[in-house]
Design a protein around this ligand. Structure first.
Ligand code: SAM
Ligand code: SF4
Ligand code: SF4
Length: 339
């Protein structure tokens, strides 16, 4: 089947499904604790898409050309019985990949069940190995040893190459990034450094906190020479490099310094069933409302295709223009659509 194309000829290939808006961490760059305190009104459970609703929508997305499904959150391992959803999604013909992004703190108990349910790949977020820095970047909620134990449990459960995502913030964890490199070099896991982005409106983002990938690469190369690898898959966001001494691979997601909107093939579904065509979208299309009012598959396919075909988003390429002309531009929050 021909993929559906948006206004700048990008095919719809990836779907990120947020299964919950709650999280057990309070990373200051995503859910700062002063905003997300005990009285914060998260979605009620009835507002979450049910597993049946998610599976039905996922089948429709796959019929429209989606090849990769990724579960995210909030923290997806907080969604009760997440393994049952994974089991259902793993049976969808045409979904070539099924992955999950987690902060790793509950992975020790979950890893075997995730693997048994049919999850193919895992991404674990880990911003620093320094316990104090990690504590600060998890909003005083997480422990680095739990995440490392979770990664080990995932290896033992049979996840072969795990992606480790680290968001780097100048003056906060940039002095610890080489420790991460040393730790994951020589393993089968792929560490990826991600530039801090101005997602949402809550995280007080400023360009001065962004450490461009080029600078991180220079820091790494001073110790470990790297060689650029060609041939990232379509829609893949990370630039891949290999250590020239054969000690594995490392990646860089340069969403701020080198926007990759031109190849962005991602759609996002929030836990309450809103579909967003960009990480920086101001609003989404409410699919849950239609699902609960008895919409047919044909109608939902039409709604999704029209939203994709009208898509013109390329926020990252236009970031400075948009921020200058409309500094109060309201965007969806990261914890709502899961990155
Ligand atoms: N809770 C899970 C986790 O942390 O892996 C899944 C959801 S989290 C929103 C997904 C990813 O988004 C994490 O790797 C996180 O570091 C990243 N993220 C959150 N806010 C970000 C920001 N402002 N800039 C760049 N990455 C961000
Ligand atoms: Fe939670 Fe992930 Fe956001 Fe951190 S980045 S607050 S772990 S959803
Ligand atoms: Fe895709 Fe929007 Fe990010 Fe550009 S800014 S890469 S269109 S999600």
């Amino acid at each position: 089947m021909m993929p559906i194309l948006d206004q700048i000829h990008r095919p719809l290939r990836d779907l990120r499904i947020s299964v919950i808006d709650r999280c057990n961490h309070r990373c200051p760059y995503c859910m700062p604790s002063e905003k997300f305190h005990h009285a914060y009104q998260f979605l009620e459970k009835e507002q979450w898409l049910s597993f049946e609703e998610i599976e039905r929508l996922a089948r429709i997305f796959v019929a429209l050309g989606v090849k990769k499904l990724r579960l995210t959150g909030g923290e997806p391992l907080l969604r009760p019985r997440i393994d049952e959803l994974i089991r259902a999604l793993s049976t969808i013909n045409g979904a070539e990949d099924l992955a999950l992004t987690t902060n790793g703190s509950l992975l020790t108990e979950w890893a075997p069940r995730l693997k048994a349910a049919g999850l193919r790949r895992l991404t674990v977020s880990l911003d620093s190995l320094d316990p104090a820095v990690f504590k600060q970047l998890s909003g005083d909620r997480g422990k680095v040893e739990d995440v490392l134990a979770g990664i080990q449990a995932a290896e033992q459960a049979g996840f072969q190459s795990i992606k480790i995502n680290a968001v780097i913030h100048r003056g906060i964890n940039d002095h610890t990034l080489l420790d991460l490199v040393r730790h994951f070099r020589g393993t089968v896991h792929v560490l990826r450094f991600i530039e801090y982005m101005d997602v949402g409106n809550q995280n007080h983002w400023d360009y001065k906190y962004v450490v461009p990938s080029s600078e991180i690469i220079r820091m790494i190369e001073a110790e470990y020479p790297l060689r650029r690898l060609e041939g990232t898959e379509g829609g893949e966001t990370s630039e891949r490099y290999a250590f020239t001494d054969g000690q594995g691979e490392i990646g860089f997601v340069s969403s701020v310094s080198q926007a990759f909107c031109g190849t962005c093939s991602r759609l996002r579904l929030s836990a309450d069933g809103k579909m967003y065509t960009c990480l920086f979208a101001a609003s989404g299309t409410d699919l849950r409302e239609h699902v609960r009012q008895g919409a047919s598959d044909t109608f939902l396919e039409h709604l999704i295709s029209v939203a994709w075909m009208r898509r013109e988003d390329r926020y990252s390429e236009l970031r400075s223009q948009i921020r200058q002309s409309n500094p109060k531009f309201s965007k969806v929050e990261m914890y709502h659509i899961g990155g």
